[in-house]
Design a protein around this ligand. Structure first.
Ligand SMILES: C[S@@+](CC[C@H](N)C(=O)[O-])C[C@H]1O[C@@H](n2cnc3c(N)ncnc32)[C@H](O)[C@@H]1O
Length: 272
């Protein structure tokens, strides 16, 4: 298991908040019960950034059930609960240390909404199918945000960009456990499985647009991007030394612009 660092999650939290598709939140508001408290199950919650983003945009009392396999991240999430909902109603939180790929319909009974952020692309097709099936069987909409599409745009551009991008995407699709991870294929796979299960699916772009003011995130993302690409294709390593130096100089000089494309998906079971 690769642990996700709280420092990385803190760095990306503002960019995720700026990127997620707001129009899907409009749809979510219409789907939630008007009177009963809203119960949201957040899968792979990390330090709880999805709740801090979404809870203040929803009205009424909310109870968030946060799942992660990492106890330290769950402790952080429990200690940093969003204070209030949009109309100042109470937001409560409980945490569950679980493998979210093993959840079933019973775990989600009573849920008004399932959410996830930056999770789907870390899973296999079988795992995404299990999650989709559990949501649909529980009659629960799912808002699954910030899945990478595999497309990135760097400015200034460089002839090495495409080779690194394709090696990085191959690294994302590496085999793990019961099959290849989905990486950039995650949203397409999730959309197909939800459609097969008779859910209506809506997909929206949610790109990170990182400029000079987001250079700390851009640099950290860039280092991870190149390092994963070189792990996948070690023969690229020698060529990346000057490339990395130039990119870091561009970032320090406020010249580096990075767009990392993501997709958000909302799936709503037709028989709810
Ligand atoms: C990239 S982080 C995103 C965290 C959070 N949703 C956010 O947007 O800040 C992915 C999270 O999913 C958790 N995770 C990945 N696979 C999991 C699994 N099978 N069961 C439980 N948690 C999992 C990781 O521990 C990590 O906290």
């Amino acid at each position: 298991m690769v642990r996700v660092s709280p420092a990385w999650l803190a760095l990306r939290e503002p960019a995720d908040a700026a990127a997620r598709a707001i129009d899907l939140v409009e749809d979510v508001r219409r789907l939630l019960p008007a009177s009963a408290p809203v119960v949201v199950h957040d899968l792979g919650c990390g330090t709880g950034s999805m709740a801090r983003w979404l809870a203040p945009q929803l009205s009424g009392a909310q109870h968030w059930v946060m799942y992660d396999r990492d106890a330290d991240l769950l402790a952080h999430a429990a200690a940093n609960v969003p204070p209030l909902s949009a109309d100042d109603s109470r937001v409560s939180v409980e945490t569950r240390q679980r493998d979210i790929t093993r959840l079933d319909q019973r775990d989600l009974t009573g849920a008004s909404l399932v959410t996830a952020s930056a999770l789907l692309d870390m899973l296999t097709a079988a795992e995404v199918e299990r999650i989709a099936r559990s949501c649909v069987e529980a009659g629960c909409p799912a808002l699954l945000t910030m899945s990478v599409t595999g497309r990135v745009d760097l400015t200034p551009s460089d002839p090495l960009d495409d080779a690194i991008a394709s090696a990085f995407n191959a690294h994302q699709r590496r085999t793990h456990g019961d099959g290849p991870l989905l990486g950039p294929d995650a949203v397409g796979a999730a959309a197909d499985v939800f459609a097969t299960l008779n859910a209506e699916v809506d997909i929206r772009p949610s790109p990170w647009r990182l400029g000079a003011s987001e250079s700390a995130l851009a640099v950290e993302w860039f280092r991870g991007w190149v390092s994963a690409a070189c792990e996948q294709r070690p023969e690229l390593t020698a060529a990346t030394h000057a490339y990395v130096e130039q990119r870091l100089a561009d970032a320090a000089g406020g010249r580096l612009r990075v767009t990392v494309h993501h997709h958000d998906l909302l799936a709503v079971p037709r028989d709810r």
